[in-house]
Design a protein around this ligand. Structure first.
Ligand SMILES: O=C(O)CCC(=O)C(=O)O
Ligand SMILES: [Fe+2]
Length: 319
């Protein structure tokens, strides 16, 4: 029966309740799968016996990049850089967390396709990011084959800007340019998520959605589905750190692209050139088993096209 909808992740399939019992899940895997299906997120203990040592090394290694004064407990920790993107390229521990084989195996089982990590973000403090779903930044065709795994690298209290989310929002319409009536391909928006903000707020209103926060314990992790609405709560106490790592995963045999800068209906896709963190190899865009070759003209245009990449290297320090 599962083969009826190979274009949907197992945990997001309407057939999930009928097919889940025959997937060979352990009790813990079944709990995680059920939470993802129902609520769009699931919490688990990060499966790495060396996690404390890794966290300590990451804090020492990445610490200077954030420009905070860690020697003074009363100093403002929010002054400098809040995030370091793709530290996996230089830092073995960030890479080991992203490429954790137990997590990759779990995600592959939950989604029904091979998972691979493609991006890391390391935060020293809360992001205070507005509610958004990651699917406007990175999505797949077929859609929903993307997820984030957020790891608490210290205990996170209510004043440190904890992660928040709206349980069940993964089932709301996926935000696209078509939905809000905007052209995206080749546009030069400063923010990929701002144009969708009022539409997400309206959905929260009509659903009477209640925000939940994740007061995480160090070493706990949370998987969020591609379309779960989430963000970072306000950081009430600027003296606090909120060390955390997010790893974003895609799944095999998909087109990987940025919806905010695409117009799907007319075939203008801002496709990504990906490298899988777990083996360092490129992952081509594929659709139903066949590689999708981009048109030469499209390779130059779009947010991830050659012209944009050149301009970004030339004019910007860190985007
Ligand atoms: O850590 C947070 O506050 C949110 C991070 C986030 O939204 C993301 O990495 O996609
Ligand atoms: Fe996000």
């Amino acid at each position: 029966m599962i083969s009826l909808f190979p274009g949907l992740p197992l945990i997001e399939s309407p057939l999930f309740p009928a097919v889940a019992p025959s997937q060979g899940f352990t009790d813990e895997e079944m709990r995680i799968a059920g939470d993802l299906h129902e609520k769009g997120y699931a919490v688990f203990d990060f499966p790495d016996v060396d996690i404390d040592a890794r966290i300590a090394r990451i804090q020492v290694d990445l610490g200077p990049q954030y420009g905070m004064d860690l020697t003074d407990p009363d100093s403002d920790k929010t002054v400098g850089e809040r995030r370091v993107q793709d530290a996996w390229k230089e830092n073995d521990d960030v890479r080991a967390i992203a490429a954790n084989q137990t997590v990759i195996n779990l995600l592959s089982k939950l989604y029904g396709r091979g998972a691979f990590p493609f991006q890391t973000l390391n935060f020293s403090v809360g992001t205070q990011q507005d509610a958004h779903s990651d699917s406007v930044h990175f999505s797949s065709l077929p859609e929903r084959f993307m997820c984030g795994v957020w790891l608490a690298m210290e205990d996170v209290g209510p004043d440190a800007g904890p992660l928040f989310y709206y349980p069940g929002s993964h089932r709301w319409p996926i935000m696209t340019n078509a939905l809000i009536g905007r052209r995206g391909f080749g546009s030069d928006l400063a923010s990929a998520q701002d144009p969708y903000g009022p539409a997400w707020a309206a959905l929260c209103d009509v659903h009477g959605a209640r925000e939940e926060v994740f007061l995480a314990r160090k070493g706990q992790a949370l998987i969020w589905c591609a379309n779960l609405l989430h963000g970072g709560s306000p950081q009430n106490d600027a003296r606090l750190t909120r060390w955390s790592q997010v790893t974003h995963y895609y799944f095999d045999d998909c087109i990987y692209y940025t919806p905010a800068f695409s117009d799907e209906a007319i075939g203008q896709l801002d496709m990504r050139d990906l490298v899988a963190i777990c083996d360092g190899s490129p992952r081509a865009n594929r659709y139903l088993g066949k590689e999708v070759i981009r048109q030469r003209s499209d390779m130059n245009r779009g947010r991830h096209g050659r012209i944009w990449r050149w301009a970004r290297r030339r004019f910007s320090k860190n985007r």
